[in-house]
Design a protein around this ligand. Structure first.
Ligand SMILES: Nc1ncnc2c1ncn2[C@@H]1O[C@H](COP(=O)(O)OP(=O)(O)OP(=O)(O)O)[C@@H](O)[C@H]1O
Ligand SMILES: [Mg+2]
Length: 267
């Protein structure tokens, strides 16, 4: 089995007018095939930067990133993964259905198969009645759901998700968490997931990577001692072991200075 993502010795420094910004330091992280890994850490610790390196939207200053055994660049060209990032990134001149359909049309999927898949996906994200609307006619949370549906269109082996549920209300958010868990179990996709919510990370993950404040380092990796991710249900949110895992992640976050927990939600 090839690992989904292997990050070795990665440093990232940005040159800015105000001088060098050391965003990431000595990052080592391997995500196995089918594994769900969350990144959590204070605002500005380099989570989005790390995701951008995996997606080859930027390059490390030193070190290497491999996706399914290829360089990040080769993986991007081969489109080995689906992406849903902080901003929805929808095309404003295309309807909801046309946005979701885009990766499928780019890969030459036939019309009937595209329509069937789009129908399934708009249903999944609760937007069946909005398929013909344009993004500017939707709320921020609805736009995010379109982006999530689009990232799932091709059933990718790897999903890169940077705070994909940030703009959703709590009810929708929990629903999408359960759905994402179910989709991953069904498709066997590996996921790298950024969140500021400890319970969200716990509910979804096999392992939670706790990052330090800038320069971002892997401070601790907390394995979730819970049922297999394919076997998690909403009831788990009320179980003692769920709260134990929340405490374990929170304590890992607190290991630095008290200011470490800024920008991390405990809800
Ligand atoms: N293109 C860039 N040029 C200069 N500095 C950058 C650039 N991108 C990110 N940074 C800096 O790198 C650091 C890490 O940013 P990043 O967006 O990765 O943080 P984050 O952990 O995703 O934060 P948040 O939780 O707020 O989304 C920040 O100090 C940011 O200002
Ligand atoms: Mg970010």
């Amino acid at each position: 089995m090839t690992d989904a993502v292997v990050i070795s010795g990665v440093d990232k420094t940005f040159e800015t007018k105000g001088g060098l910004v050391h965003a990431l330091e000595a990052i080592e992280l391997t995500v196995s095939e089918g594994e769900f890994v969350s990144l959590i850490g204070p605002s500005g610790c380099g989570k989005s930067t790390l995701m951008r390196l995996i997606a080859d939207l930027d390059q490390p200053t030193t070190g290497t990133v491999q996706v399914f055994g290829r360089s990040a660049r080769e993986a991007r060209i081969a489109q080995d993964y689906g992406i849903a990032f902080q901003q929805a990134g929808l095309l404003p001149w295309r309807t909801v259905a046309e946005n979701i359909e885009l990766p499928l049309s780019l890969h030459g999927v036939g019309k009937a198969a595209r329509e069937a898949r789009v129908n399934e996906l708009v249903g999944l994200v609760g937007l069946s009645d909005f398929a013909d609307r344009y993004p500017d006619q939707l709320s921020g949370g609805m736009q995010q759901r379109v982006a999530i549906a689009r990232s799932l269109a091709e059933k990718p082996r790897l999903l890169l998700m940077d705070e994909p549920f940030g703009a959703l209300d709590e009810m929708t958010r929990e629903h999408m968490q359960s759905e994402l868990g179910r989709i991953c179990a069904e498709t066997g996709a590996a996921v790298v997931f950024v969140t500021h919510s400890i319970p969200e990370a716990v509910f979804l993950s096999d392992r939670v990577v706790v990052m330090s404040p800038r320069p971002g380092r892997v401070q601790q990796i907390v394995p979730m001692q819970l049922a297999a991710t394919s076997d998690r249900h909403d009831d788990m949110r009320e179980e003692a072991v769920f709260f134990e895992m929340i405490t374990a992640v929170r304590e890992a976050l607190h290991q630095g200075s008290p200011s470490m927990v800024r920008g991390v939600e405990n809800r």
